[in-house]
Design a protein around this ligand. Structure first.
Ligand code: ZN
Length: 281
């Protein structure tokens, strides 16, 4: 996920929402959508209002001049209330291949904002109900002044190469027989490079060198920023850590296992690296 072309982000809610404003309304992790299963559509703000679907609202910006808002619906919002307006609730992952690209990216952004809204209603220091802070996307505590921004958790992903082989691992949590690059969250006090060295050592017991940036991807499950790299093998024997990793192997380019879908940055990282190694002969 990324900022789509034609999208102008903003957090300042206009004094009046223009007709046709798109409403990205979440009940917990599910988005209110219309249309069909194969071709979901987004309701306008008026559609939501007509159905009585209301909640804390945050302005997201304009997509090709169409305003977009995120709405955090109460958990108790019923399916029947949505159905009365021709809407249903769908998980973001289930919309990956059906919701059109710019809307999908904004839906992911809206999810992160509504998730922050739902989980920062009270001050984490003194427990007082928070309020929106004017001028920026932030919650502030009227009693003690604590400010809480939407949480973004940086995580690294690294594809380690050794000659014409790539290191892929299967985590216990992966579906089926899928293998992917190594990944892990940055810990306090670490640079991303520190995190790469530590995670690779912890997860598979080897050392790496030649760390090179590849690309990054916002990943709204629930608030990761995945920053992807390649690195070269520098020493050590593969020793997968049982708690997280079910299996890790060096795969030759012509015998790759089942890989993640093309939606993920993992797949782009693997495809680009395999292509580069093939081209290098
Ligand atoms: Zn407080």
């Amino acid at each position: 996920m990324h900022t789509p072309a034609g999208f102008l982000p903003s957090h300042v809610l206009p004094s009046a929402l223009s007709p046709g404003t798109l409403g990205f309304a979440y009940r917990d992790a599910k988005l209110a959508v219309g249309g069909t299963e194969a071709a979901p559509t987004l309701p306008t703000h008026e559609d939501l209002a007509r159905a009585g679907l209301a909640g804390a609202m945050h302005y997201l910006g304009e997509l090709d001049a169409t305003p977009c808002v995120a709405v955090a619906l109460p958990d108790a919002t019923s399916d029947a209330a949505a159905a009365a307006a021709g809407l249903r609730f769908a998980g973001l992952r289930s919309l990956f291949f059906t919701l059109q690209e710019p809307f999908l990216a904004i839906a992911a952004r809206a999810y992160q904002v509504t998730e922050w809204e739902r989980t920062h209603r009270f001050c984490g220091r003194c427990g007082t109900p928070t309020r929106d802070k004017p001028g920026e996307r932030a919650k502030e505590c009227p009693a003690c002044g604590l400010i809480a921004y939407p949480r973004i958790s940086p995580a690294m992903m690294v594809l380690v190469t050794r000659g014409r082989e790539v290191l892929l691992a299967r985590a216990h949590r992966f579906p089926g027989a899928m293998y992917s690059a190594l990944a892990g969250f940055v810990e306090p006090g670490e640079t991303i490079e520190d995190c790469i060295h530590r995670e690779v050592r912890e997860e598979v017991g080897i050392d790496v060198t030649g760390i090179r940036y590849f690309a990054s991807q916002s990943w709204a499950f629930p608030h990761s920023l995945m920053i992807a790299y390649t690195a070269e093998y520098a020493g050590g024997d593969l020793k997968p850590d049982d708690t997280e990793i079910a299996d890790a192997q060096w795969f030759p380019l012509d015998a790759l296992p089942t890989l993640p879908t093309h939606v993920s940055i993992a797949r782009r990282l693997i495809d680009a690296t395999v292509g580069r190694l093939r081209a290098a002969g």
